[in-house]
Design a protein around this ligand. Structure first.
Ligand SMILES: NC(=O)c1ccc[n+]([C@@H]2O[C@H](COP(=O)([O-])OP(=O)(O)OC[C@H]3O[C@@H](n4cnc5c(N)ncnc54)[C@H](O)[C@@H]3O)[C@@H](O)[C@H]2O)c1
Length: 328
């Protein structure tokens, strides 16, 4: 029996996926997860450091019931990429037939990974933000760019403040939004960026206290997206509400990992689980005065769902994409 598997490169993925599609796909997939229609084990990290390879990769499987898409994203951070002029993060996605396990597609996962990452704060802000006039982005790299790209599609923002240790990164970032309907402010310090901001997003590869609690106003929303610590512990401890995109993975990685290791944060500490809010099973923001802290850890279901969408569109288009018969 023929086992036709598409090999789908970056240009093809971009051709079949618009930014708006990814935002909708993230919102739908989170909602389905909240409704119990997605199967997704926690991601597993393979850290190669102790054997001399400066890198790690996560295995992130999921099955999306409403789309009938099964697959896995393998995504990692590789130090060597910088010297090669490639982004630090590299992703590949594999889609299999849910009933037989036959490979349906092997896809470059970079564009999906970057865009779904940026779509997350956009969807989360719709659910959790009290105001969206002043948005601060700490870390103006690739995921910072996709975050603003996606937020600009769904939020009404007046001022976007940028903070980064690299002036050049901020300049490159601004140049990517030539027709921005909001004004950019390059901040001299993170404190300047955070004071008075409605939304603060951290999306760096730092492991440091980039945000301090006294700088935040009471109705603000802080969303951390980096893989390590990005705020002081008090930003989490003193928040009125703590929100997450998914419970299990949030305890093992990202900004709250150390608090979880100290026993200060447990699965019960999370007041708002965003997929449950989208599913109508729980409330999001209930008090306009609350300061909400949210950790967006990132989940494989989003990548697998987006990959399923690309595959569906390719099949509908009738375009002859390169494929290989895996029975050969
Ligand atoms: N949560 C998710 O879903 C998700 C998904 C993908 C990547 N990530 C994580 O997002 C982070 C950023 O990834 P990226 O691809 O944008 O990397 P990148 O290298 O393109 O950008 C990182 C930016 O952070 C800046 N930075 C580093 N230290 C800083 C500091 N102390 N203060 C201010 N800025 C600082 C750098 O100058 C750079 O501009 C990484 O930790 C990555 O693992 C998270």
């Amino acid at each position: 029996m023929e086992q036709k598997a598409y090999i789908i490169g970056d240009e093809t993925v971009k051709k079949y996926l618009r930014v708006e599609d990814v935002i909708q796909c993230v919102e739908d997939t989170w909602r389905w997860y909240g409704e119990g229609k997605v199967v997704m084990p926690n991601k597993i990290t393979t850290d190669m450091e102790k054997l001399g390879i400066h890198g790690w990769f996560n295995s992130m499987p999921a099955y999306i019931g409403p789309m009938d898409v099964a697959g896995i994203k393998v995504v990692g951070g590789y130090d060597a990429n910088r010297e090669l002029g490639m982004p630090y993060i590299k992703a590949n996605i594999l889609v299999t037939d849910s009933r037989t396990g036959v490979l349906k597609a092997l896809m470059n996962g970079d564009y999906i990974n970057d865009l779904r990452t940026g779509a997350q704060p956009a969807v989360m802000a719709k659910v959790l933000a009290a105001k969206t006039d002043i948005v601060t982005i700490i870390g103006t790299g690739l995921q910072g760019y996709t975050s603003l790209l996606c937020m600009s599609k769904v939020l009404d923002m007046k001022e976007v403040r940028l903070c980064d240790i690299s002036e050049a990164a901020m300049d490159r970032f601004i140049a990517r939004f030539p027709d921005a309907p909001f004004r950019f402010v390059k901040c001299k310090s993170n404190e300047e960026g955070c004071r008075g901001a409605d939304i603060v997003i951290t999306v760096t590869n730092a492991n440091a206290n980039l945000v301090e609690e006294p700088w935040l106003k009471k109705d603000s929303l802080v969303m951390t997206m980096g893989s390590f610590r990005e705020t002081s512990f008090d930003v989490v401890r003193k928040a009125d509400k703590i929100a997450v995109d998914q419970v299990g993975q949030s305890l093992h990685r990202g900004n709250v990992k150390e608090l979880a290791e100290m026993g200060e944060i447990t699965a019960d500490s999370f007041d708002i689980i965003v997929p449950d809010v989208l599913a109508g099973k729980a409330k999001g923001r209930t008090n306009p005065e609350d300061r909400i802290y949210a950790q967006i850890i990132g989940t494989g279901m989003l990548d697998v769902a987006c990959a399923g969408l690309v595959l569906k569109r390719i099949e509908e288009s009738g375009e002859q994409i390169f494929s290989y018969d895996m029975s050969k």
